[in-house]
Design a protein around this ligand. Structure first.
Ligand SMILES: Nc1nc2c(ncn2[C@@H]2O[C@H](COP(=O)(O)OP(=O)(O)O)[C@@H](O)[C@H]2O)c(=O)[nH]1
Ligand SMILES: [Mg+2]
Ligand SMILES: [Zn+2]
Length: 283
């Protein structure tokens, strides 16, 4: 039978088949071939002894957090604690683009907006480059109904910094998940399910992955890759005169033209320059 790995803990592989979860282990051959299975992998289970005998081809793979077959990345950001950052949002979007996985931004803590215009500005700047922003208040449930439909029949990976409200979002979608919610900048307590590893939660015909937050996202990309994967520049970069254009001061640069025409907001372009600089320093 075919199932999906929903968790890997202490060498035990939890595989879901038609709503039933089996505690399984992979056949020795996987160890021999150095083939590492990941949460999200679709696998063949031996009916008799619940051993994973084979793995199906992946449609996508994310190294960090380690998860296979993701259909979409839900990039979660809060308005405050931690503060919203265009630069980081663009970095996550670049990451998703480089993996060939579609992505959305979910903005949390909208109840804590400092000024009225702050939210509209974020929405409009991202709308200009074709990125959708959803708004939620995890405390009241505002905006939750609208995003529930995003998850239908898909494997969705919720990514974002610690404290932005990923676990709160999952609990707001379905309180039965009982994900542990941590206070921002406070040590996590015990009791509920802390997010230390990736776990897939079944929802609406698909799965939602809760992932541990990480303080820094390593892109593993070269400058020329960033210049092609950066949000809003994917198509334009194909029209630049030089195929390796970095959109800085090269002639006949389509991206710079779009910036001048306001089709790429300057705050997004500044984030691009910042990311390019960071990648250059790491090279
Ligand atoms: N005011 C407000 N607080 C929120 C919201 N979402 C999360 N929080 C708070 O933010 C903190 C971190 O939430 P948590 O879900 O643990 O974040 P995670 O680290 O991304 O999983 C907790 O104190 C939550 O109560 C929201 O929409 N509004
Ligand atoms: Mg969490
Ligand atoms: Zn260019």
């Amino acid at each position: 039978m075919v199932g999906i790995i929903v968790a890997i803990q202490y060498g035990i592989y939890s595989v879901e088949v038609d709503g039933v979860i089996y505690q399984t282990s992979p056949r020795g051959i996987f160890r021999k071939n150095h083939k590492k299975l990941a949460v999200g992998d679709r696998v063949i289970l031996d009916d008799a002894n619940f051993i994973i005998t084979n793995v199906l081809d992946r449609t996508s793979f994310i190294k960090r957090p380690c998860i296979a077959n993701v259909d979409q990345i839900i990039i979660t950001f809060s308005l405050v604690e931690p503060d919203f950052s265009y630069y980081l949002a663009c970095k996550y979007l670049t990451y998703a683009n480089s993996l060939g996985v579609s992505s959305y931004i979910v903005l949390t803590k909208i109840d804590r907006a400092i000024e009225e215009n702050q939210i509209n500005e974020i929405i409009n700047n991202f709308k200009t480059i074709g990125v959708k922003v959803f708004l939620v208040n995890n405390k009241t449930g505002e905006g939750i109904e609208e995003i529930k439909s995003l998850f239908e029949n898909k494997i969705s990976c919720i990514m974002g910094q610690t404290g932005v409200g990923k676990s709160s979002l999952i609990n707001a979608i379905n309180p039965e998940y009982e994900r542990e919610i941590g206070e921002y900048s406070m040590a996590l307590g015990r009791g509920k399910h802390q997010t230390k590893e990736v776990i897939l939660l079944p929802f609406s015909g698909g799965y939602i992955a809760d992932t541990p937050g990480f303080s820094s996202l390593e892109l593993d990309l070269r400058k020329d890759e960033v210049s092609k994967c950066f949000p809003g520049m994917e198509k334009a970069s194909l029209k630049c005169y030089y195929s390796n254009c970095l959109h800085i001061s090269e002639p006949k640069c389509e991206v710079k033209k779009m910036v001048e025409e306001g089709k790429i907001p300057s705050i997004i372009y500044e984030s691009y320059l910042q990311l390019l600089k960071e990648v250059e320093e790491n090279e």
